[in-house]
Every structure is written in C-alpha cells, then in structure tokens.
Write a protein that binds this ligand. Structure first.
Ligand SMILES: *[C@@H]1O[C@H](CO)[C@@H](O)[C@H](O)[C@H]1NC(C)=O
Ligand SMILES: *[C@@H]1O[C@H](CO)[C@@H](O)[C@H](O)[C@H]1NC(C)=O
Ligand SMILES: *[C@@H]1O[C@H](CO)[C@@H](O)[C@H](O)[C@H]1NC(C)=O
Ligand SMILES: *[C@@H]1O[C@H](CO)[C@@H](O)[C@H](O)[C@H]1NC(C)=O
Ligand SMILES: *[C@@H]1O[C@H](CO)[C@@H](O)[C@H](O)[C@H]1NC(C)=O
Ligand SMILES: *[C@@H]1O[C@H](CO)[C@@H](O)[C@H](O)[C@H]1NC(C)=O
Ligand SMILES: *[C@@H]1O[C@H](CO)[C@@H](O)[C@H](O)[C@H]1NC(C)=O
Ligand SMILES: *[C@@H]1O[C@H](CO)[C@@H](O)[C@H](O)[C@H]1NC(C)=O
Ligand SMILES: [Ca+2]
Length: 514
C-alpha cells in the first residue's frame, strides 16, 4: 500500500507527459490573436491606394505593405446579409437573410438561433472573444445578442444608427453587454469602438487570469455608413479638405480617415503590449460603397445592394507576418466572406474536418500561406427571389466567368466622382437583354463593361459557358430560403424605447405578445 502511494506521483507525471494535454498546450502557443476589423459601406475607391487615391488611409496602407492584400475577396452586398455570412459561414440566401428588410429593429426578426457562430467556434479552441461596434443581427430576444451568441463582452449598437454621436436609431442604441450605456451619448462611435478595443486588449494581456489565452476581437465600425458625420478635424486637418469634391465626399473621406486612425491606435496598443507580432489583423468592409454616402467604388461597377463588383468586392487586408508564411503581397485566390469562419478556425489550430459539412465557406488558410489558388470553383454573389436577381461566379485555371441575372429594367452603371464628362458615361444605366442573363469574362473584363463594338460579348463568344452557368444558377436557386414572416413588435414590448428609458433593449421576443 505504502509503495503504491509512493509511485503514484510518478505514474501521474508519466501520464501527464504522454497525454494529448502536452500536445494541445504546444498548439495553443501557436494560436494567433485575431483582430477582425470591419468597415461599413466602404467603397473600393475609398483607400489611399485606389485608382483615384483621394482618401488618406496611412495605417491601412502600412498593414497592406507589411501584410497581404486579398484582391479577390467578396462579401454580400448589404450589411446584415454580410454579417450573417461572416458569423455563420453560410450564404445569406440560404438562411433567409439574402434579401432586403432583414433584421430590422421593429420586427421579431433575428439571426437563426440554431446556427453556431464564429466566436463560439473560437471559444471551443480556447479563445477569449470580444466585440465592439455594429451588430445588426437582431436583438428581439435576450438570446439574440452578441453576449448570448459567443462573445464574452460587447460594446456597441444593436442596429444601425441615424446619428454617429448620439447613437439615435429612433431610440438610444449604444450598449455595454446587454444594457444601454448612456455615458456614450455625445462621443463619436469610431472613438468609442477604438477606445474600448484598446482598453479590453490591455486588460486582457495584463490580467494574470486571461493573459495566456489568445483573443478574438470583432471590431465593427459604423463608418462611412450614412449619415455622413465626423468630427471636423478629420476633414480640416487632413488631405480630405483639399479634395475638389462635394462636401459629402469630404465628410466620407473624414469618416474613413478616422477609422484609419482607429486602426493605427489599436495596432499601437498591440505593439506596446508586445503582442503585435502574435496577432493576425484582418480588415475588410461588409459591402461596397453606397451612392448616398458619396463613397466611390471606381473603377468597379455598381455599389451597395447590387450584385456587381462595386457592391461585393471589398478592400481586404491580412496582416500577421509571423503567421502568413509565403503569402504574397497580393493574393489573387477567389475568396468569400463565408470562408472567414473555417479559415480563422484553421489559423487558430482547429481541425476543419470537425466543422459541419453544410457550411458554405472553405478554409483558404493553407492556400494563402503557400500562395496557391483556392479550391473555390463556384461562388454565389447572391440569389434573391424577392428582388428577382442573382449572380454567380465560375473560376478555375482556365475559366473565370460571372453570370448576372437581373430583371430590373435599367441596370446600374459606374459611380464615383470623376470629371463631369466621364461621370455622364459612368452614370449611364443599361437595359437588360431579352433573356435577362449576362455573361462577363472576368479575366478580360473585371469591371463588367457592357459589350459594344470594341468590347466583345462574352455570352456570344462562350455560349456553352453561359448555358452551363444558367443551369448551375437554377440548381443553386433551389437552396434559397426566403425570409420568414416577421410581425411588428407591439408597443408594449419591454425593449421598446418608451418602456426602456429611451433606449432599445433586448427582450421583446421573450414576453408573451397580446
Ligand atoms: C443624448 O444626448 C442628446 C443631446 O444632448 C439628447 O438630446 C438626448 O436626449 C440624449 N439621449 C438620451 C437617451 O439620453
Ligand atoms: C476609454 O475606455 C475606458 C474604459 O472603458 C474609459 O474609462 C474611458 O473613459 C474611455 N475614454 C474615452 C475617451 O471614451
Ligand atoms: C474643381 O472641380 C470643378 C468641377 O467639378 C472644376 O471646374 C474646377 O476647375 C476644379 N478646381 C480645381 C482647383 O481643380
Ligand atoms: C487615437 O489616439 C489618439 C491619441 O490618444 C486620440 O487622440 C484619437 O482620438 C484616437 N483615435 C481614435 C479613432 O480613437
Ligand atoms: C514579439 O515581440 C516581443 C516584444 O517586442 C518580444 O518580446 C517577443 O519575443 C516577440 N515574440 C515573437 C514570437 O516573435
Ligand atoms: C473549368 O471549368 C470549365 C467549365 O466547367 C471546364 O470546361 C474546364 O474544363 C475547367 N478547367 C479546368 C482546368 O478544370
Ligand atoms: C466601348 O466601351 C468602352 C468602355 O468604356 C469605351 O472605352 C469604348 O470607346 C466603347 N467603344 C465604342 C465603339 O463605343
Ligand atoms: C414572429 O411573430 C410571428 C407572429 O407572432 C410568428 O408567427 C413568427 O413565428 C415569429 N417569427 C419569429 C422569427 O420569431
Ligand atoms: Ca454595410
């Protein structure tokens, strides 16, 4: 008996050395901190390295220069669909979120609670998870909000705001975790989001209880989404003031410039903490620029809400030299916002074989690190019966085509503020052809110019590709889940501003409706 007691500690030690615990601890050390930064409605032409470089974004440029620009990264064409796709790795059209009017503040709609979200997957891998900024995936029930869906903390707005300083969304909407945070009233949201991110990161890495954990931070700015508002100094003290452009364009410029400053501040904090080299920073926009916000997508066609490149191709940067291996300066592999979940899961040492088979995204982590093309053969821009439009992409070593189906009579042209003569051409609208299907050869016509005497019509040159893609579109269409019926929240709801000190709150769906 005594003998057994004596050797027991040795057996335990031996077991400890042999168990996979040692392995998982080794893996953990390789897990990057992940800062995922999302701009709201920022256009392809709204960075300092655009074709018409108008907007100063020096910090973003630095990340791009030291990291990798993803030149073929696609998002959904509107806020909520893109955020839903980011969090779930499902195409928005497959989860009832691909059309308009989804997750509005006055109806009982929110992201399907049965879907597991990105922060939950990263939590499984040992991450601390935080979010700052715009959620926009519903808050009718207490089960819908970020802190119920995988984030340890949340500081931001449930929905989109009509005032970037006073967080007015027809009711006050700035919150800490599950409660309104009135002390934020009057402070510009880009500052709130940046400061919170810096503060939580500092706390995380100084606190003994958390500092060993990797952290995932979803930084979701509300700029340059309308309304156009920014502290004057971001215009007056910057090159935005020198633009010979509309006042709106100058404000848009200032809004993006403030976000860029925020990115600089967050990066500086990571550096001070000695964590920058252990961090993967990703920047993108949830959708393309909107005309109403004076954003520019030039030279891409169309903008927010359209399935054209201007609405769906986002300026995207991956920074994290220590983790990116042989990633090139510009990575041209076809990638989609649904790929982020499996990609980050893999970057965080997760085994992607454990992810559910029905995810639409695929990890491009190893492809990016080895500068190889992605396995994406097909990509859906959107499929939307309500607006009767769809677009899909086919890409492999020999083919790169996009099929657009849109019944709308007048199709959008190009926006962005150029010289007046050019603008007239850009803002022309085009009539849909008789069969409503149009094929673009993205290898030769990436800006989706309309065929004319000098630009060949891909549909005439490649009729078999057009047919194959039409068939594929029909097949993909079958997976569409239309948005469900959503009822108006009754006035008596406990989360209605008039019953909640002037603020929106979660819980309207948790009480019985009369
Ligand atoms: C926020 O501040 C504005 C301006 O001072 C004020 O009009 C508004 O009532 C405040 N909102 C709340 C919810 O207190
Ligand atoms: C920054 O965040 C900290 C911690 O939440 C807070 O104490 C401070 O007042 C904030 N500063 C600004 C300018 O918002
Ligand atoms: C500013 O733009 C207007 C037209 O938009 C043009 O007439 C004017 O010459 C421009 N001014 C300068 C200084 O470039
Ligand atoms: C960045 O930090 C500077 C210096 O602390 C501060 O003045 C500025 O407001 C911060 N910018 C943002 C966007 O938070
Ligand atoms: C990261 O940088 C910090 C501070 O500069 C340094 O102490 C640490 O060794 C570096 N870590 C790695 C993994 O390069
Ligand atoms: C690319 O896709 C097209 C259309 O499906 C097909 O005909 C072609 O063989 C494919 N090329 C390669 C290299 O797989
Ligand atoms: C065809 O469109 C292109 C693209 O804008 C334009 O540059 C070209 O002049 C047009 N050609 C003809 C013959 O109209
Ligand atoms: C919304 O409310 C309607 C009417 O009460 C109900 O039929 C529907 O199931 C609810 N939908 C959701 C998503 O909660
Ligand atoms: Ca948006």
């Amino acid at each position: 008996m005594a003998k057994v007691t004596m050797i027991l500690p040795y057996i335990c030690l031996l077991l400890l050395l042999l168990t996979p615990l040692g392995e998982s601890a080794k893996q953990k050390r390789k897990q990057p901190n992940i800062i995922f930064i999302l701009a709201d409605d920022m256009g392809w032409g709204d960075v300092s390295w655009a074709d018409l470089p108008e907007i100063p974004t020096p910090n973003l440029l630095k990340l791009k220069q030291e990291g990798t620009e993803m030149t073929q990264f696609y998002v959904q064409s509107k806020c909520t669909p893109s955020r839903a796709a980011l969090m779930t790795s499902r195409y928005a059209y497959k989860i009832g979120a691909g059309s308009i009017e989804v997750y509005t503040r006055d109806r009982n709609n929110s992201l399907d609670q049965s879907l597991k979200l990105l922060p939950e997957y990263l939590k499984d891998l040992g991450y601390a998870t935080h979010m700052a900024g715009k959620w926009h995936l519903g808050f009718c029930s207490k089960k819908d909000i970020p802190t119920a869906r995988g984030f340890d903390t949340f500081f931001g707005s449930w929905t989109n705001t009509k005032d970037h300083f006073h967080h007015d969304a027809g009711g006050y909407d700035w919150n800490l975790n599950d409660k309104p945070y009135f002390a934020a009233n009057g402070t510009y949201n880009t500052h709130l989001i940046t400061n919170y991110t810096q503060h939580i990161l500092t706390q995380h890495f100084k606190d003994k209880a958390t500092k060993k954990k990797p952290v995932f931070f979803y930084v979701s700015y509300l700029a340059p989404h309308k309304p156009l508002m920014v502290p004057r100094k971001y215009i007056d003290n910057t090159d935005c003031n020198k633009l010979n452009k509309s006042e709106d364009r100058k404000i848009c410029c200032g809004m993006v410039n403030a976000v860029d400053e925020g990115i600089g501040n967050i990066t500086a904090t990571l550096k001070e903490l000695g964590k920058l080299n252990n961090t993967l920073i990703i920047f993108t926009s949830d959708n393309g620029g909107a005309d109403v916000s004076s954003a520019s997508n030039w030279p891409l066609r169309g903008g927010k809400t359209t399935v054209y490149e201007g609405g769906t191709r986002a300026r995207t940067v991956f920074y994290g030299p220590k983790f990116l291996g042989k990633a090139p300066k510009e990575y041209t592999g076809l990638t989609h916002v649904t790929d982020i979940l499996p990609t980050l899961y893999q970057a965080a040492s997760g085994n992607t074989k454990r992810l559910p088979a029905e995810l639409d995204g695929m990890s491009f982590w190893n492809k990016l690190k080895r500068d190889r093309p992605t396995d994406r053969h097909w990509m859906v821009y959107n499929i939307d019966s309500e607006r009767d439009l769809a677009a899909i992409r086919l890409k492999n070593r020999t083919h790169d085509f996009k099929l657009v189906y849109w019944k709308k009579d007048r199709l959008p042209g190009w926006t962005g503020e150029g010289d007046p003569e050019e603008l007239k051409y850009r803002q022309r609208r085009y009539k849909a052809p008789a069969d409503y299907y149009r094929l673009f050869n993205m290898a030769t016509n990436p800006t989706e110019l309309e065929p004319n005497a000098t630009i060949p019509d891909a549909a005439l040159l490649f009729p078999e590709v057009k047919q194959e893609m039409k068939d594929k579109m029909k097949e993909l269409w079958l997976a569409e889940v239309p948005r469900p019926y959503w009822a108006d929240i009754p006035d008596s709801g406990p989360g209605r501003p008039k019953n909640n000190n002037g603020a929106f709150g979660p819980g309207d769906c948790d009480v019985k409706w009369e």
